[in-house]
Design a protein around this ligand. Structure first.
Ligand code: AMP
Length: 281
């Protein structure tokens, strides 16, 4: 397994591989890898000759009061997980080499990124699209795998790829949960045992809401019930949204597939979760 920290050397190597006719897949991550990340790597592995995993705690997607400094890191463990899942190349750049001190160009999606997490984290998606655009250009990837765990991010990246004509295929991989139903996340490490127990309400209420929608209950009623259930257990609820899964417009009777997206805080930890529901015709 090759490891690159310098973006220029990484890009040189990727261009060499490209010119040699190799197909390339990339799985972008912020490290502190868990089984959710591993499932993305497994999904990507058979899709290309060369598999790249990037590990970068991207400063531009953190707000000034967020957890950039304390974000969990364990590079050696990440390398072992990557090697065990067939990774060929790890790209783990130094932040100073990724961003020039006088950088002045951003890639910004201006529609899908405004609601949900964009409301609470106004500069977050601009940081994500900018770093992902850089990763695509550096890696020369033909295909990139992202997780459904970050449903809004997946839509924003698809839109960026469409609108800027990136020659890359985007694959969205299923959300992976722990045995207690909590969606896997590097940030789960912040939760105390009691907070984690309370956090189970996210998946529990997604399951209940899915059943209610499938049984034909109206969206507004299900949304209200979901909000009440989560409010009771969380320390703060950022959103409980029932949306059209493609446009992120509010779901209504005519909506095909509904994205139920949740964000809530337990202790000091903000968690997101979601599911997709197709109602019976
Ligand atoms: P992160 O390291 O949190 O930035 O996540 C890197 C990639 O892994 C993103 O595409 C996430 O959507 C994906 N991911 C994170 N957690 C999960 C999970 N529990 N299941 C599936 N994919 C995940």
């Amino acid at each position: 397994m090759e490891i690159f920290k310098d973006p220029a050397l990484f890009q040189k190597r990727m261009l060499e591989l490209k010119r040699a006719g190799k197909s390339i897949a990339i799985v972008p991550t912020m490290g502190y890898l868990h089984d959710g990340h591993a499932s993305l790597i497994d999904n990507a592995r058979p899709r290309a000759d060369v598999l790249v995993v990037s590990i970068f705690v991207n400063p531009t997607q953190f707000g000034p009061t967020e957890d950039l400094q304390s974000y969990p890191r364990d590079f050696n463990r990440d390398c072992t997980i990557c090697a065990n899942h067939g990774t060929d190349i790890i790209f783990a750049p130094d932040a100073e080499l990724m961003y020039a001190p006088d950088r002045s160009v951003w890639v910004e999606e201006t529609c899908l990124s405004r609601g949900l997490c964009g409301k609470d984290r106004p500069t977050h998606f601009r940081g994500v699209t900018t770093v992902v655009a850089k990763l695509f250009l550096l890696s020369q990837a033909d295909i990139a795998v992202f997780g459904q765990k970050d449903a809004q991010q997946a839509l924003v990246i698809r839109r960026m790829v469409r609108d800027l004509n990136f020659p890359i295929e985007i694959v969205i991989s299923p959300l992976i949960r722990d045995t207690d139903g909590v969606a896997m996340s590097s940030r789960n490490t912040y939760l105390s045992a009691a907070e984690r127990e309370r956090a189970r309400i996210l998946n529990q209420s997604l399951t209940a809401a899915t059943a209610a929608l499938r049984a034909g209950e109206p969206v507004e009623a299900v949304q209200q019930k979901t909000l009440s259930a989560i409010t009771e257990r969380a320390d703060r609820v950022d959103y409980v949204a029932f949306l059209d899964s493609e446009t992120l417009e509010p779901a209504n009777a005519a909506t095909g597939e509904i994205l139920i997206a949740l964000a809530a805080v337990f202790g000091h930890t903000r968690l997101i979760d979601n599911t997709l529901v197709r109602r019976p015709e």
